[in-house]
Design a protein around this ligand. Structure first.
Ligand SMILES: [Fe+2]
Ligand SMILES: [Fe+2]
Length: 398
């Protein structure tokens, strides 16, 4: 692999971000984070102006460009793609089930009944969905701006945003990168993180049981027809079919974010430049912050069964808060210490897996198996595979 050294360009990531953020509207008065953010923007703009007084971005002066390798760029470009995909799927969730404000794309009023179904898991679900979306948007914007600042090509997947989205009231009528309507959710994170004896990095053949079996199910209302139907369990104003859709989303949230939790530390092991390492080490734990929240909320699922009227796909959720073994019990979500690196060491509470070999392509495969890309073009897969292959070829270079 190449270790081509790239010189930084004069582009200022600081200016780019400040311009974007000044578009934040005052409509978000109900949003605590928006208030805090707006307070910080003023400071950021002022600080940025000071940094740029000498004509050279301060961060470029601090960065040793000789240590940014082509491998670093390939890792960042794959992560930019991953963050664009995350942004796309979270935007779909926030349009229908997130807090509705002008900060995110949820400006069409959302789907109140879908939102209510999500709130069975926690009253704060709409806020968390909104804020997870906000975070993903910031991740892709930052990584792409950083790439540009070092003279590398940013990643743009806009041409592949051609998939049909939800037609339910609240969703925007725009093309999507990801498909949330035929998901097969790998819920094995539930048992993987509570195993005291198994770590997939030490035994790649180990199979962690699923907490729920979710195959070819929609996680969002596809049309308003998904908002109607009988309810056999409380709350009775929310059809059981819609409860099952919301619970699918609840587990999908955790699946997506545990993936990010592993991806960043896995790729960080092959980063060379310290600034690039800082980016990975700083974004990665926010994915884990999301994961832990969703992990907790998914545990509030109720016992409900549903057969999808469109696809015929069946799903059954079970209440996890009471009368469950330790392998399922809802409140056992803190990572259990498990074998790490070698069984000769004592067990350690860690993110798992963090094996670095082939991790980018592994992420592509996992997202593909999730059903997120059903309907995507061969060009899309070729592009994503090329980005992953390049990232997986990166070598820590000293
Ligand atoms: Fe992210
Ligand atoms: Fe994420």
């Amino acid at each position: 692999m190449s270790k081509e050294v790239l010189a930084p360009s004069a582009l200022s990531a600081g200016n780019h971000q400040a311009n974007n953020e000044t578009t934040v509207s005052s409509h978000a008065s109900v949003n605590r984070r928006s208030f805090l953010k707006k307070s910080m923007i003023t400071g950021a703009v002022a600080t940025g102006a000071g940094l740029l007084a000498g004509g050279i971005p301060a961060f470029a002066q601090e960065t040793n460009p000789a240590s940014i390798t082509q491998g670093d760029i390939d890792i960042l470009r794959f992560l930019a793609a991953a963050e664009l995909l995350e942004t796309d799927l979270w935007t779909q969730y926030t349009e229908l089930g997130g807090v509705q404000d002008s900060e995110e794309s949820g400006q069409n009023g959302g789907s109140p009944l879908y939102t209510a179904a999500l709130q069975i898991l926690d009253q704060d679900m709409p806020q968390y969905i909104h804020d997870n979306t906000d975070d993903e948007k910031s991740h892709q914007a930052f990584i792409n701006a950083y790439l540009q600042s070092i003279g590398a090509d940013p990643v743009d997947l806009t041409q592949f945003a051609t998939l049909p989205g939800s037609k339910a009231t609240g969703a925007r009528n725009v093309g999507r990168l990801t498909n949330l309507m035929n998901l097969t959710v790998d819920t094995s994170f539930w048992t993987r993180y509570r195993s005291a004896t198994q770590n997939p990095d030490l035994d790649t053949n180990v199979k962690f049981p699923l907490s729920e079996v979710i195959v070819n199910r929609t996680a969002i209302p596809r049309t308003d027809a998904d908002l109607v139907g009988p309810a056999h369990i409380a709350p009775f104003n929310i059809p059981d079919h819609l409860k099952a859709i919301a619970f699918t989303a609840g587990f999908h949230f955790a699946f997506i974010e545990q993936g990010g939790s592993s991806l960043y530390p896995s790729l960080a092991q092959r980063v060379t430049n310290v600034d690039v390492l800082r980016i990975l080490l700083s974004i990665g734990p926010t994915e884990t912050s999301h994961f832990q929240t969703w992990h907790d909320k998914a545990g509030n699922v109720l016992t409900v069964f549903d057969t999808d009227p469109v696809t015929g796909a069946k799903v059954g959720f079970r209440q996890l808060t009471t009368n469950q073994p330790e392998s399922l019990q809802a409140n056992l979500i803190m990572p259990e210490p498990c074998p790490f690196m070698s069984t000769k060491f004592p067990a350690c509470s860690i993110i798992r897996p963090t094996n670095t070999t082939g991790v980018a392509m592994g992420a592509v495969k996992a997202l593909t198996a999730d059903g997120l890309f059903i309907g995507q073009s061969q060009d899309f897969f070729n592009t994503l595979n090329a980005l992953a292959t390049a990232a997986d070829a990166a070598v820590r270079g000293f």
